[in-house]
Design a protein. Sequence first.
Length: 751
Amino acid sequence: MIRFPKSLSERTVNWRLARLFSSVVVVASASSLLPLTVHAQMAVPQPAAAPADDKDAPVNVSAEQMTGRPDRQVNLDRDVEIIKGGTTIKADKAEYRIIQDEVEATGHVWMKRFQDQYTGDHAEMNMGSGAGYVTQPTYLIGKNGGRGKAERIDFLSDDQAQVQQGTYSTCEATDPDWYLRANTLDLDSGRDVGTMHGGLLYFKDVPILGSPWMTFPLSGERKSGVLPPTFGATSTGGAELAVPYYFNLAPNYDLTLVPKYIARRGLQLGAETRYLGDTYSGVTNVEGIQDQVTKTTRYSLSTWHSQSLTQRLRLNWNINKASDDNYPSDFSHSITGSTQRLLTRDVSLIYSSTYWSLMARASKYQLLQDPDNPIAKPYDRVPQIVFDGSRLDVHGLDFTTYADFTRFSNADLIGGDRAFLTQTVSYPIIRPGYFITPKLTLDATTYRLNNVSPGSKTDMSRTVPTVSLDGGMTFERQANLFGRPMTQTLEPRLFYVRTPYRDQSALPNFDSGLADFNFAQIFSENRFVGHDRISDANQLTAALTSRFIEENGLERLRMAIGQRYYFSDPRVTVDGTTATTQGSKSDLLLALGGQVTQTLATDNTVQYSETLRQMVRSNFGVRWQPAPKKVLNLQYRLDRSTASLLKQVDVSGQWPISQRWYAVGRINYSIPDKTVAEGLAGMEYKADCWVFRIVAQRIPTSSTKASTGFFFQLELTGFSKIGNNPLEAIKSSVPGYQNVNLPDSTPNSNF
C-alpha cells in the first residue's frame, strides 16, 4: 500500500517499503521523475481510517501491481483498492491522477460512498469533491435500503447523485415486486429526498401510477410533495379519490392540502395544519364542499391548541363546528366522527401555583340533532371560574378547597348563575397493613336565576355537610396459581357516609345526573354527578378484594365483591324521579379479571339485583393472544338499566390464515334487534416489501341509519402508501391488533 498525502509538498514515496515488507521489491532510478514500479505479492496492511467527512484525509491505494510517477499518476492493476475518508473504490484496474485527486476505475467496479454502495463497469471520481460518475451501475442506499439499476449515475457531490434511465425500489429481491422507473432520479441523501422526473410506478410489472414529477423520502424524515392518492368508497357518497399535497414548512409545523372528489357530491377541499413548539402545540382541520346532493355549501372545522404563556399560565382551546346536523353521517371518516353529535367549543386559561390553581373558561356546544333520537342541548357555560387549592399533611391534616362560579345559558330553559364552595378536611392514618381516613366536607351553594316563570324565586341557596369514614386492611400470604408462585392478598374495605337530607326539588338542574353504579362510585360520597344535586346518605359500603400477584408485580388475577347498605332510604332525586334503592341494600357488584396467563386475559363485571334475582348489567370479556399478530376477542354486554334493553355480543380478531394472508374482523351483534350494530371485515397480505389491505366497515351514523365504507391500501415498504388508510378503523375495532408490516412484539392481552 502507498499513502498519498493531500499536500503537494508531501508527495514523496517512502522508499523504505522494502524494509517493512520482505515480499515487496522497489525498483527506481536516481531521479524522482522516472516511473515507479511496485510489485506486491501479499496484502499490505492499511493505516487507521480517517474520519469519513475529512476532506483533507490522505488517499490510500493498494493493488497487486502499481506503475506510474509518484508525483503525477499511479496505474493500479489487479485487486485495486482506493480509500479516502468515507469513500472506497475497488476495481480490476484503476488510474489515480495525484494532482487532480481523481480516480478512473474499470472492470468490476465496486464503490462505497459513506452509507451507500454502487457497482458498475466504469467509474470516474474526484476524491476531494465527490463528483464523478459510474456506468451500468447498481446502487444501494444505506439509510433505507433503497436500490436499483441504471444506465449511468452522476455524482454531483458527496450528498447528491442523479440516476439516468434508472429504477428505484426498497425490495431486496433481484426482480422486485414494485419499482420506480424514471428518465432521471435525483437522490439527495443530505435532505433525504428522491425526485423522479418522467417516471412510472410498477407493481408486479404493471404500471399503476405515472407522473412527470414526483418526490419521495429516502428515510423516515418528513418532506414536501404530492402524497400518493387515496381512494375508497362509501354508501353515502360513492367512490372517493383524494390527492393530498404535503408542505413541510419547518421542522416544527406543516400543512397538508387534501382535494377529494366524491362521486355523488362533488369536489371537497380540506386542509390540516400541525405545529409543535417548546411551549405550544396544536392541530387544525377544515374541509368544505358544494354538495351536489343537497345543493348547499357544507363544511366542518376542528381546532385544538395548548400553550404555556408563562411558567404558570396556560391557554387551551378546543373548537369544533359543522355546517349542519347531517354532516357527520354524510361525510363519515371513522366511527368516532360519524357518531359525534355534540361538538365542543371550549377556551380556558389556567394559572397554577404551588398549592392552588385558578381556571377561567368558556364552553359552548353545537348539537347535531338526530331526528330519530333527539336529545336536549347542554347548557353553555359563559363563563366558568374555578379555584382549586390543597394543603396536605398540615400536622397530619389534609385541607382541600374547591370553589366554582358558572353562568349557565340555554335559550329554551331556565338559566342563571351558580356559585359554590366546597371545603374538605381529612386526617388520613396510613400504616403497614391498614388505613383509616375520617373526612368532613361542607358544601355551600347559591343560585341567581333568570328566564324563570312569573312569580318563581330567583335567589336560592343550599348548605350541606357530609361526614365519611374510609378504612381498609391488607393481608398477604404465599400461594400458587396454575403452578406458579404468587402473593395472594385479601383486602377488606368499609366506607361509611352520613349526609343529612336537604330538599332540593326547587333547585334548577344544570349539570346533575345519576352516577354510573360501579366499584369506583360506591366509594364516593355523592351518588350524583354534577353539583346541582347532593344525595342524602346514611349508608355503609363493604367490599372485599383478593389479588394474585407475581414477584415482578404483574397482577395475574383480581376478584372483588362489593355492596352498599342503606340505614335510611335516600330521598333526593333528579328531576322529580323516584329514588330506587330496592330495600336496605344496593345491587351486588362482582368483578373477576386479570392477565391469567401469558396468552389469556379476562375482564368480567356483574351488577346483580338480589330483589329482582337477575343481572341488571354485566360485561364478560376474554382475550386470547397466543402469539404476535394473533388475537381473538369475545365480549358480551347486557344492560337493563336503560329505557331500551341492551344485549350485545362483540367478536373481533386478527389471525393469519396462511403464511402471508391475515384476516381481521369484528361483529357487534344486537340480540334484541337481530342486527349487526357495527362491523368490520378485511384481509391483509404481507409480502417481503409491500402490504395490501382491503377492509369494509359498517358505521352507525344515527339511531336508524348506517354507512358502509370500503378501504383499499397498497403499502410499499420504505416508499409510500397508496389508497385510504384502514389502520385507524382496524385498531379501533380489534383490540390487540398489531401491524403486519412491523416487527413482532410481545403480545399484551391486558384489557
